[in-house]
Design a protein around this ligand. Sequence first.
Ligand SMILES: NC(=O)c1ccc[n+]([C@@H]2O[C@H](COP(=O)([O-])OP(=O)(O)OC[C@H]3O[C@@H](n4cnc5c(N)ncnc54)[C@H](OP(=O)(O)O)[C@@H]3O)[C@@H](O)[C@H]2O)c1
Length: 275
Amino acid sequence: MQFVSAKGAHLPALGLGTWSLSGRACYESVRAALDIGYRHIDTAELYGNEAEIGAAVRDSRVPRGEVFVTTKVPMGELRAPQVRRNVEQSLKRLATDYVDLLLIHWPSRSEPLAETLGAFAEAKAKGQTRFIGVSNFTVALLHEAIAKHGADIVCNQVEYHPYLSQRPVLAALAQYELVLTAYSPLARGRVVADRDLARIGKAYGKTPSQVALRWLLDQPNVAAVPKSASRIHLAADFAIFDFTLSAADRAIIDAKRGATRLVDPAGWAPDWDPA
Ligand SMILES: NC(=O)c1ccc[n+]([C@@H]2O[C@H](COP(=O)([O-])OP(=O)(O)OC[C@H]3O[C@@H](n4cnc5c(N)ncnc54)[C@H](OP(=O)(O)O)[C@@H]3O)[C@@H](O)[C@H]2O)c1
């Protein structure tokens, strides 16, 4: 396993995304992932699957200290009392005393960022989370959180795959030496049919998905959390630690980077940075 680090946090660079996994299917995916070797699970209060993830981690018998668990507090729950209640409920559902990383799921226009960050710092001080971070933050929001409010965050989880450049966010995170965790790293399955990625993969005996994940993880301080409900896909997504892409192949993928954003909820998303 490869790791990315920021401010004393060491995140396994490849994690399991769990959005849209629920009930037994979620439990089975997490068990299969831990069995294969995944040690990083990404969930959120909004996904409604924390209880299944808690049960799967417990039943796997992988020591809790070896699994990096991330959860997120939703927009609308970001005032301090709600954050406190939310964190307690997430920990109860996950059947754990702490999570490794607690994220603001989406930035809010109505809930003051300073108050949310204060409540997150409190959760960290209480040992309810080892580290704190943000998700779906633009460059301006990152500067506001860090430069204005002194937030001690370790990462920004954003959509990132070969069709969305994220260059401004990557540059800001590099400036602060923080991690970018790529969500929807397979562009929600679209990379599977990508002919350029298939052609590149052929030379390494790898699939387009594996090439896309390798391209992400070959970048400094980038982690990725692909989701799969299939044991075969989980194993394939994990089989990316035995090759690296040549500079020429990386350049071909870099040239594809555009502005295709797949997760853009109307009335909810911030004013994104230009791609
Ligand atoms: N912070 C946020 O606001 C936010 C937003 C979106 C997502 N996320 C996180 O990021 C995670 C991943 O993103 P995502 O679920 O949107 O999309 P994704 O991981 O880019 O793609 C998932 C899709 O790819 C397929 N897939 C996975 N491995 C494959 C393989 N080896 N071959 C072929 N198909 C494969 C999956 O199908 P199968 O299940 O059939 O394998 C599924 O349809 C989420 O689950 C969630 O944890 C966070």
